[in-house]
Design a protein around this ligand. Sequence first.
Ligand SMILES: [Zn+2]
Length: 303
Amino acid sequence: MAGSIIRRRFIDIGANLTDPMYQGLYNGKQCHAADLKTVLSRAVQFGLEKIIITGGSLEDSEKALKVAKSDPMLYSTVGCHPTRCLELEDDAQQYIDSMVKLTKDNADKVVAVGEFGLDYDRLHFCPKEAQIKNFALQFEVAEKTKLPLFLHCRNAATDLLEILNRHRDSYTSGVVHSFDGTYKEAKSFLDLGLYIGLNGCSLKTDANLEVVQKLPIDRLLIETDCPWCEIKASHASSEHVQTKFESVKKEKWSEAKQVKGRNEPANIVQVFEVISKLKADIDADTLAQTIYENTQKVFFPNS
Ligand SMILES: [Zn+2]
């Protein structure tokens, strides 16, 4: 309709809202009041319709679910992150069974298995062999729940692809979130039917931007990975950001402003703006709608 304003709708597929920073806690120190509600209302203001809270372990997935239950726009994942996967070593089957139960008992809120995968940049938390073993074990959760995968991959694409190929019958869809690899790696994930999740960490360098430019828009998803992965002034992407937010140091917290260094879901507009600039031949509203529909298709197929 001529003259009508199209409101862009966003879904943040990766938000670590269980992080203590949203309770005002930084390294165990209370720096300001809990402000998750304020953070969520800023998100709504900038077009966020849904937010998927990332679960990083069984206990964290329980916490994520609890937060998800506090607001109709929130959803969560259940899985064990590669840096925490030694938790599975005690009694892997019990851990897996608990994840399956948590997921099935809360089918209205839990929308993905993860985050799980491989992180070879942080082997000090969990050695390679244990990461591979415990990543592979979690496909049982995907198989039993039929939910899409929320995958984490750092410097480990070759092994991740090998395991994903080996378990190809255990899943139908999923996303490699916070993608920062090469186009060749992206292509291999796309060939498996997976989607690529982009946030500030995916857009740091000129090489990152060149990869994103080549990715097909019908396979893109966006996220913030907050409180991490914000777009910084030093990143190659920052020149493409149009919407700027005022932020103050955590010690100077005020409800009306963002906290410096703490990313939040509202900032997904910046991720979108960068991608839109890189996809200059596509109308921005069409791009926003395509990404929104991609997300619905993967994580909310029944809505
Ligand atoms: Zn991750």
